[in-house]
Design a protein around this ligand. Structure first.
Ligand SMILES: [Fe+2]
Length: 256
């Protein structure tokens, strides 16, 4: 699998706090099947102090990259850009910190952002020649129709794996109807918001089937890095009912 949203780089934001924690996260990620991770630190990161040392993002990236290599994995540079008038201007000036060497920019909005603002930002980013990958779309309480509008404008929708597996029925419907394009971890720590996702992955494979799970966790992420068209699908209603039933049974069993 390929993770396009991860705070694995240590001491930069509210993600990993030390090289040791980055290492543990790599091991956990490998254990559940990740081979490639884009490190997406928060940008701008004024609200986060890092570990207070004189750090350079590229130096730390090199260190984590070589750790990853020893495990047969790859870590790429990226960012999670908080959309504001300033960051939008930077993107329009061609200064977006993209995922790997691609044209894809991982973006997020302030929680409670109005739908119109989201649509307008996505339109401007696409016009600037970038592909906006909208982080954790489940967080904004936007209506399903708005998500459809965002996609029509060229936005790509990412959902967090934990929310997708154990969250609201409506979120699972977004997944099973084919609205969501990418699943990512948004991992921050070796505990809590971590890569320990064995149960979530099993539940999602059961909900979506192996093939669709692979599209959301590997094929579409790789295509975004390579600048290729994504795979879309539409599900038949009877398939949707049976897969939702399956997931609910799994979650209930887990709770017992
Ligand atoms: Fe994030």
């Amino acid at each position: 699998m390929t993770d396009l949203h991860s705070h694995i780089l240590y001491g930069i934001d509210d993600g990993a706090r030390s090289l040791e924690e980055s290492r543990r996260m790599l091991l956990q990620a490998r254990e559940v099947g990740y081979r490639r991770i884009v490190s997406t630190r928060h940008y701008p990161n004024n609200q986060f102090k890092g570990d207070g040392e004189d750090f350079s993002i590229s130096q730390r990236l090199e260190i984590v990259k070589s750790e990853a290599e020893t495990l047969g994995m790859e870590v790429l540079r990226g960012a999670e850009v908080m959309i504001s008038p300033e960051t939008l201007r930077e993107i329009e000036d061609g200064q977006a910190d993209t995922l790997g060497e691609s044209r894809t920019v991982l973006i997020e909005f302030q929680v409670g952002s109005i739908e119109r603002g989201g649509l307008e930002s996505v339109r401007r980013i696409v016009e600037a020649g970038y592909i906006p990958l909208i982080a954790h779309v489940e967080r904004y309480r936007w209506k399903t129709e708005i998500l459809g509008e965002l996609k029509k404008l060229g936005g790509i929708l990412q959902m967090n794996m934990r929310a997708a597996a154990l969250g609201k029925d409506q979120w699972r419907e977004w997944l099973t109807s084919g609205l969501i394009d990418v699943l990512a971890t948004d991992a921050h720590r070796a505990e809590g918001r971590s890569y320990e996702l064995t149960e979530e992955i099993a539940a999602l494979k059961s909900l979506l089937g192996e093939e669709r799970f692979k599209i959301l966790t590997e094929i579409n992420p790789e295509r975004l890095l390579a600048g290729e068209e994504l795979i879309q699908w539409e599900e038949k209603p009877e398939e949707k009912i049976s897969s939702l039933g399956k997931l609910l049974r799994l979650v209930r069993r887990k709770k017992k």
